[in-house]
Design a protein around this ligand. Sequence first.
Ligand code: ATP
Ligand code: MG
Length: 519
Amino acid sequence: MLRDYLRVLRRRKWIFLQAVVIVPVAVVLLAIRQTPLYQASAEVLLKNEDLAASLTGTALQTYQDPIRLVQTQADLARVPAVAQQVLEVAHVPGMTPSSFLAASSVSARQDADILEFSVTDRDAGVAARLATEYARQYTIYRYRLDTAAITSALKEVQGRIRELGPAARGSPLYASLVDKEQQLRTIAALKTSNASLVRPAHGAAQVRPRPVRSGILALGLGLVLGLALAFLKDTFDTRVRSAEEVADELGLTLLARLPEPGRSLRKRNDLVMVTKPSTSEAEPFRILRSNIEFVTLEGGARTIMVTSAVEEEGKSTTAANLALALARAGKRVTLVDLDLRRPFLHRFFDLEVRPGVTDVALGRVDLGKAIARVQLKGSEPKAGSPNGDRPQHTTLSVLTSGSRPPDPGEFVASKALSTILEEVATASDLVLIDAPPLLHLGDAIALSAKVDALLVVVRLKVARRPMLRELRRVLESCAAAPLGFVLAGAELEEGYDYGRYDYYGRAGTSREAEPARRA
Ligand SMILES: Nc1ncnc2c1ncn2[C@@H]1O[C@H](COP(=O)(O)OP(=O)(O)OP(=O)(O)O)[C@@H](O)[C@H]1O
Ligand SMILES: [Mg+2]
């Protein structure tokens, strides 16, 4: 599981690294270019005791939620009247009450009856001055609110006394009014402020830019974004990258990794098993041969059809090279071209003018005459021989396609072809058939009824997950079972160099050379 994730990351390392690098760098650059901003804060302690009420016995015993009380005070501090007052005292050019409110905040501490007044400004000194003034003006405002009732009552009483004038002095009403006035004065004097500035702002801290902090946050964001993009891209990418993935999709065993033939081979329609059979370039086909021998030990497959999902995956090249490798190992092999829509084997062996399998079926020529015997020269290394050189002169039988029938689909299903194939099989140890692709056409499926086993070629460059899934479905409906698959264009595989190192590092052995395992 983790390995799969790591593989996805390795595959998508560029998009991942881009996100991880670009996001933090962009954020840090933006942060550096910001104008600095400073924040200062002052604290106000809230009390909720009414000394006057307690002393005069007018206190009301009501319960109030303390958190709600503090929050109410925090909201109260945001009224424009307080802001107006702050600006009148502090004199900051260009600042209006609303811009001041936008640049400031009041928050209630969760765990204490303390209000924190914060102000941000481009100037650290202004921020500190405003924060302290804001807190102070709030305490004044609060005191005025708390004493407003008493003050107006006092004014009222004083007004009445003035109305009565000195003539009324000595009257019971006058005496009682004077008494009332005295009481109110006492209460006003006892009324302490319920909010006091406990910590003025000492300097201001820079809140912007904070490149390191922003950078770290952006790095985290970049990581998350990178991962998300990498996995998203991988989900929507239907390409396959490795033999393991193909094996998973097909549910088949990997029999060999076959790299693309060299340019000169491709240009001259040559085969590596013809031109350089004993070089390391031909090694993948020797591995394929061993694995084919291994998987056919028990199954006893004699007629093997080489097919693939679509065209141009390397069927003909693989079939021909494998036939040569088997023939060089002393097997009597017949290679038959039954890809009647795109026949190709005659070009590898320069057999253009020969009659082929269709001509045999039509009775135009004898099977024995139609089969070409290709002489194999050269040698190939044999395990156990001291210098690896033992000349072998063997032949490969090749039966080309012949003239194209009007309906290839009908031909591959014909009884005549079955008879020919049976005849060919009796005369050979192994028959290899170059077949049409399996998808889009019924030919190969019909042909599969006439063979013992299938060998599937998957070219990495053209393979797509949906295609492989469809191929698997079709393979399941075929009459013959697949022996496994070969990966063509294997040099494009993820970590292929590592595999190559294996080839040469352990002379002649490789991952594929292990007994074929079921994926
Ligand atoms: N093992 C391989 N890896 C990559 N490319 C290959 C391999 N073998 C053959 N090719 C290339 O693939 C192309 C098709 O090869 P080939 O004719 O063998 O395929 P094919 O499946 O038989 O095609 P068609 O559908 O036309 O019969 C050629 O260009 C050939 O060089
Ligand atoms: Mg072909």
